[in-house]
Design a protein around this ligand. Sequence first.
Ligand SMILES: [Zn+2]
Length: 440
Amino acid sequence: MTVKALVGARVIDGTGRDPIDDAVVLIDGERIDAVFRRGDMELPAGAEVVDTGGATVIPGLVDCHVHVGVLADNSFLQVDDPGALADQFMTTLLHRGVTTVRDTGNFDPDQVFRTFKKGRADWPRFFGAGTILDGPADPPAPWRWLAIIDDEASARREAARLVEAGMDFLKVYVWARLPVLRAVVSEAHRRGVRVAAHVGHAVTVEEAVKVGVDALEHVRVGRELVPEDLRSELDALPGRILDPLVGFQAWRFIDPESDLADRLIALMAERGTFITPTLTLSQSILAGNTPAGSCPEGLDEMPEAVTDQWRQYAYPFDYSETDWEQAPVELRNQMAFIGRAQQGGVKVTAGTDLTNPFVVPGHSMHEELRLLVEGCGFTPMEAIVAATGRAAELLGRQEDLGTVEKRKLADLVVLDGDPLADIGNTRRITAVYKGGRAVG
Ligand SMILES: [Zn+2]
């Protein structure tokens, strides 16, 4: 196989180190063989030179929170040809520079999971949790891909079953109680597998961090950061149907710079807990799930059956006028908290919560990067790391993925523009490589 040399680009390698200008990226087969400044080393004889002068090369992006597995069996969106829809989402992701996805729960770990794990050349790499482990809810949770568990023995048994079925990590959901979460973490860790948790209802973020959860999904910190004298005001608010899942109301009372917030951030940093805030989803919901308010880019590529259902599933159908007034405050405070978490040394990663309403495959990943920079105050470099090098660390795959370095898989995105100057330039994609192969 000939060696390929991408020559002349600025390389942002995904580690957070300074970029390398006028660089050469040597690709041998599916892996990167060397990265150096032009002139520092000879190009190997016969190398196929690809001129990338004036461009910027970044690592392939990792969307750290998707549910694409649910597409293949109509368990979330209902369409005539679910296989074709799954294919459309996956190919769109790859073409928009997402070379890896982390799937935080689907229906059938044997069938669906293997379809995606096996994958295709023009799909992103797939790491998944399979069936989500949850506790009993009243009324029952709206999704059918949950395993309902209410005792420690079943928690250990289910965790063991999923690990043995080859899941890359486990996912625990909002109605699971603390003893169940603790048992899942203990069983998973004993077997060398990480646990992601969407908590914030039956269990607080602080409790989850303390029992050893590795990764937090969404910004589900809430009531515990509300000053005590305001908690009765929060508790008196009329509940909304999906509050157990998103719990945004607390954010109108939270000061992201308070001691309460700082203490939690310090705990997360000390324990090395990852957090994937899925701000694209928060924005989409708090903007009323209107395409104009969320991420309209790429929406016209989506089948009408999908956009129709997105409109129908729009979450905030029961928001009051006050809720709408407070929505921008709630989004702003969440983002300020994530900015502070980043500064406080918490491992923030980037994910979108695709296939939720108006979270458009691929395009939304660039929106997430924009929100990290413009909403949370990340530097563009920090946002890129959150979507690449640190994302690979979250997957436990930093040997293979996430950075433009020797021996890594050559998953690369070539940009016509420098994202360090303007994070919006991550959208200006001219080529995507997966495992050294240009994606057609
Ligand atoms: Zn999710």
